[in-house]
Design a protein around this ligand. Structure first.
Ligand code: FAD
Ligand code: NAI
Length: 475
């Protein structure tokens, strides 16, 4: 007799493991299918985010930033440091330790919530008396049945046709988080989030980094004024060499390096590097899911089709996280996981995709929520903008990092906040206030009338809100 469950979750990334925990909390008998193996061959929970994404990248971003700060950031404080050196093996071991702690933590949470981890590859095979049949192929092959199924199979790096990724000379995010030595010359294809974050890591550790980007404009997803400021800081101050509007041509991969032919402004160019990172976006994981055997609808780009509540075309089958539309962000998938579990349990659930915060963990960080100024213009929405710099904020001066600003966009008539854009070292933390405000449909005046601690970086958000009404107090 097949084991039966109220809910079977396929995939244990941030979307899947959170969905499983919420389902179990609501009293549903829950299993989670996961096949991920880490480089030592051990099965691991946590998906891309914990194993080769958010968590290891942030560990390396922090270590490399500390190193750069020790080299360049302390002299102004009157602190002289000599002999700062990188022990890369130790840095990588620290990162691996954080990953292990986090992924083992999910195993503990599964045990605590009595969630059964079905180890292996899961795929739909049909419908049985107790629900959807999922075949799990691991050490053995077993078929289980679930009244409801949540597909959370995530995404993988998109590769360039004809350029195989060997994770040695040509890497995606997996190899790029584990170089055993710092390459002298690092090439990166794609100036998106991964290109900028991992390009920054290896540049700080000593690599000469060249990023080749297909689009003619830089960081088109961000607000134009933030993208402009970031461009100035990354290229002029930090020395990231970002080349826009390129068309990648022939790539020769040898034992000692990579030679990349490309075209820019109609000119044939060449880039020689020791290693190459390909970071040109991600594609959803739907191969081998058995979607066709049950008629699960997948769109032309490979995403599982869902409605606003992550319901697929099949009864009691939900899909969440990177495998469906919307931003490929861990916290977006997590909230969809909570929603799907609550809907299965007969509760109400909702995720507002309009208030998902974005953060790019460069230095300074870039964070935003809501619409950019260029989007409002394109949509013909009347707005007012308020902007305030960190350069005259007492706390930022004390930190010794005065880069960037907060920009607030509010509806011209109603004053409702439509977007907040921050570029600053602590933007990832500062954005939370803006997300709460937008979720409660606050006006710029609401933020302007709220007391912000002094001295704090959040005073810049306060001043940006005042600036919407042209009444900043400190400028
Ligand atoms: P995933 O995390 O991809 O997990 C899917 C899981 O499903 C995997 O473990 C996979 O093995 C498993 N699976 C797939 N198919 C099957 C199957 N048929 N049977 C069994 N198991 C299966 N996002 C942020 O919000 N903040 C960040 O700072 C951030 N940094 C990132 C840095 C990097 C380098 C990368 C690559 C991504 C980063 N992201 C970040 C994006 C984030 O990692 C993803 O949005 C998130 O992991 C998506 O979660 P998910 O649960 O949908 O899928
Ligand atoms: P991305 O979509 O952020 O950027 C890809 C870049 O590559 C784009 O600028 C695109 O124009 C460019 N590109 C595409 N094809 C190209 C080609 N042939 N030649 C040159 N350039 C090309 O994708 P990325 O950086 O791979 O990251 C994937 C996703 O992972 C992100 O979109 C994000 O959802 C998630 N992520 C989130 C992070 C965060 O939240 N801090 C960190 C890292 C990743």
């Amino acid at each position: 007799m097949a084991q039966t469950f109220d809910v079977i979750v396929i995939g244990s990334g941030p979307a899947g493991y959170i969905a499983a925990i919420r389902a179990a909390q609501l009293g549903l008998k829950t299993a989670c299918v996961e096949e991920w193996r880490n480089p030592t061959g051990e099965l691991a929970l946590g998906g891309t985010c914990l194993n080769v994404g958010c968590i290891p990248s942030k560990a390396l971003l922090e270590s490399s930033e500390q190193y750069e700060h020790a080299l360049q950031g302390l002299a102004d404080h009157g602190i002289a440091v000599t002999g700062a050196k990188v022990d890369l093996a130790k840095m990588l071991a620290r990162k691996d330790g954080i990953v292990a702690k986090m992924t083992k933590g999910i195993e503990t949470l599964f045990r605590k919530n009595k969630i059964q981890w079905l180890k292996g590859h899961g795929r739909f095979t049909g419908k049985g008396a107790a629900g959807w049949q999922i075949e799990v192929s691991g050490a053995t092959v077993e078929t289980v049945e679930g009244k409801a199924v949540i597909v959370a199979t995530g995404s993988k790096a998109r590769h360039l046709p004809g350029l195989p990724v060997d994770q040695e000379m040509v890497c995606d995010n997996v190899g790029a988080l584990a170089f055993r030595d710092v390459p002298s010359r690092l090439g990166v294809i794609g100036a998106g989030v991964i290109g900028l974050e991992l390009g920054s890591v290896w540049r700080r550790l000593g690599a000469k980094v060249v990023i080749l980007e297909a689009l003619p404009n830089f960081l088109g997803v961000a607000d134009d004024s933030v993208a402009k400021e970031a461009w100035k800081i990354f290229t002029k101050e930090q020395g990231l060499d970002i080349r826009l509007g390129v068309k990648i041509g022939k790539v020769d991969v040898g034992k000692k390096g990579v030679v990349l032919g490309y075209e820019q402004d109609g000119q044939a160019e060449k880039l020689e590097c020791d290693r190459l990172i390909v970071s040109i976006g991600r594609v959803p994981n739907t191969d081998g899911l058995g979607a066709e055997s049950v008629g699960l609808k997948i769109d032309a780009r490979g995403f599982i089709e869902v409605d606003d509540h992550c319901r697929t075309n099949l009864a009691n089958v939900f899909a969440i996280g990177d495998v469906v539309r919307g931003p490929m962000l861990a916290h977006k998938g997590e909230e969809e996981g909570v929603m799907a579990a609550e809907l299965i349990a007969g509760q109400k659930g909702h995720v507002n995709l309009e208030t998902i915060p974005w953060v790019i963990y460069t230095s300074p960080e870039i964070a935003w929520v809501g619409k950019t100024e260029q989007q409002l213009k394109a949509e013909g929405v009347p707005y007012r903008a308020g902007q305030f710099p960190f350069s005259i904020n007492g706390r930022a001066l004390g930190h010794g990092d005065t880069h960037g600003f907060v920009k607030m966009l509010a509806h011209q008539r109603t004053d409702e906040i439509l977007g907040v854009h921050i570029i600053n070292t602590h933007a990832s933390e500062l954005i939370a206030e803006a997300v709460v405000a937008m979720e409660f449909r606050a006006s710029a005046e609401d933020i302007a009338r709220i007391v912000h601690a002094h001295p704090s970086l959040s005073e810049v958000t306060h001043e940006a809100a005042l600036a919407v009404d042209k009444r900043s107090l400190n400028m």
